[in-house]
Design a protein around this ligand. Structure first.
Ligand code: BG6
Length: 496
């Protein structure tokens, strides 16, 4: 999701100043009732050790090695933060911060180098076992993502998410994870940001161009992004049911999927823009969550894509259809809603595009603009309320929230302010009735930011990528987060 910032917001964010009239919430978060604060990372972005100890190749290994020019600084995640060797140091940092959970992902090819379960890499299993054990010893709850974009290359060569067999591959891999780590994991996330993952096979209405995202396919004319999502949702549901059947009784964990989400407001009070804002929500968050809560894609997506496909001469809609059996299987496969929150947007309705314009962008029939600077935090509470109302008051977990900056400076006041205001809006949403379980900063430390490489920094810890030691140093935002977790209130004068 954060990709767009690159193209729209950079200047506005770098020298962000507080102009809003908004007053910070003065109530503490209910830490004593179990509200949890944490940080997040993802395997390919930090681990390094890309071919060590029997790890297989991931699609991001292949993509960055084959097309270095597609990464802005021509870098890759071969070493990244070297967490594969430095994880104990990372856990020391987490301990010092005082977080009560940490979200990280498992590299599927580190565990299953062939993608399939015929060959299990014990050293990969041991790495994550040790990692989880150390977290638990320090009273840090692991929140585990099974797949944060780095699927095994060998499965990618069979089409990846275009392959109808993906649910079998994924649930077999999930079983290995549940068996080996499940006794210590209470929060599972199957996939990270499906709407962004699927841009690797085409486009997205938020990203109306072919993004340099692995595997880098341009399958929009055959509905590649929609097919990807279809198989991804089927895979999520397969893993969910597997867990319920074989592990839930003993392990009692909760499963969901993590979503890139923005609150889309109408750009004006015209009926067209109000409807466009609704389409914007449904073509983004609804694309994933409507099937998972109600068993099918949102009506407005079906209507629009079916209509465009028909006038474009396709025999079938570019949006695949779930069978009745699939609809029953995919509905109610979420124990909580996981949201990665970065932006607030404004949707404007556009005229119907030319018939030969085949894209999710013309399907959605709208344009989005992003709020500027701190304005991006304005819709964060409303975003949670939207999900609360749309999906029957589910528990919600913020699984990512953060700000990318071009500077490596330790004085990251802009980030600190962004985190503080986001938290305040989330606390407002709790006042309005949202059941928020926890909050997670993206990211614990600077890392490989996908096609951007290393020049955009998200870390509350700075990482020196020029040093073989990958030295980590706390930024001002880390010091602030550490203090905040103790209170935990964003306002100077907190009331109970
Ligand atoms: C989220 C992803 O979209 O945002 C993370 O889950 C990512 O993996 C983060 O690093 C920042 O995004 P970007 O596009 O700046 O790399």
């Amino acid at each position: 999701m954060a990709i767009l910032r690159r193209f729209t917001l950079l200047c506005a964010l770098v020298h962000m100043c507080v102009t809003t009239e908004y007053v910070l919430n003065n109530k503490p978060f209910p830490k004593n009732e179990g509200f949890t604060f944490g940080t997040a990372t993802a395997a390919y972005q930090i681990e390094g050790g890309w071919n060590e100890d029997g790890k297989g190749e991931s699609m991001w290994d292949r993509f960055t090695h084959l097309f270095p020019e597609k990464i802005m600084d021509k870098s890759n995640g071969d070493i990244a933060c070297d967490t594969y060797h430095k994880y104990k140091e990372d856990i020391e940092i987490l301990k010092d911060l005082g977080v009560t959970h940490h979200r990280f992902s498992i590299s599927w090819p580190r565990i299953l180098p062939n993608g399939l379960v015929n060959h299990i890499n014990q050293k990969g299993i041991d790495f994550y076992k040790n990692f989880i054990k150390l977290l638990k010893e320090n009273n840090i709850e692991p929140v585990v993502t099974l797949s944060h974009w780095d699927i095994p290359e060998i499965l990618q060569e069979q089409g990846g998410f275009q392959n109808y067999n993906f649910p079998d591959w994924f649930s077999n891999y999930s079983r290995i994870c549940f068996e080996n780590f499940g006794d210590d994991v209470k929060y599972w996330i199957t996939f990270n940001e499906p709407t962004i993952q699927c841009t690797g096979y085409g486009q997205n209405f938020y990203i109306p161009f072919v993004a340099p995202f692995a595997p880098g396919y341009n399958l929009t004319t055959v509905g590649g992004e929609y097919v990807c999502m279809h198989n991804l949702i089927r895979s999520h549901a397969a893993a969910y049911h597997l867990y319920q059947k074989e592990f839930k009784a003993r392990q009692n964990g909760k499963l969901t999927i993590a979503n890139a989400a923005c609150r889309c407001y109408p750009a004006s009070d015209s009926r067209e823009d109000i409807e466009a804002a609704d389409r914007c929500m449904q073509f983004s968050l609804g694309w994933v969550l409507h099937p998972i809560y109600y068993g099918d894609y949102p009506e407005v997506m079906k209507e629009r894509i079916d209509y465009r496909s028909k006038i474009q001469g396709y025999p079938e809609s570019r949006l695949p259809k779930f069978t009745l059996a699939e609809r029953q299987l995919i509905r109610k496969t979420s124990d909580y809603v996981a949201i990665n929150a970065y932006y607030t947007t404004y949707a404007k309705s556009t005229p119907e595009k030319e018939i030969n314009d085949i894209s999710p962008y013309s399907d959605a029939k709208l344009t989005v603009t992003f709020a500027e600077g701190l304005g991006n935090t304005d819709g964060m509470g409303d975003l949670l309320l939207w999900a609360h109302n749309e999906y029957g008051k589910p528990d919600i977990f913020i699984t990512e929230n953060g700000l990318g900056l071009e500077t490596a400076s330790l004085e990251d006041d802009d980030r600190l302010t962004f985190l503080k205001y986001s938290l305040s809006h989330f606390r407002d949403a709790m006042d309005a009735g949202v059941n928020l379980l926890g909050y997670t900063v993206w990211s614990l430390m600077d890392n490989f930011e996908w096609f951007i490489g290393y020049n955009t920094k998200y870390g509350i810890y700075q990482v020196d990528f020029n040093s073989p030691n990958r030295t980590r140093v706390a930024r001002k935002s880390a010091e602030w987060y550490k203090q905040f977790i103790q209170t935990p209130c964003v306002h100077l004068n907190c009331t109970l």
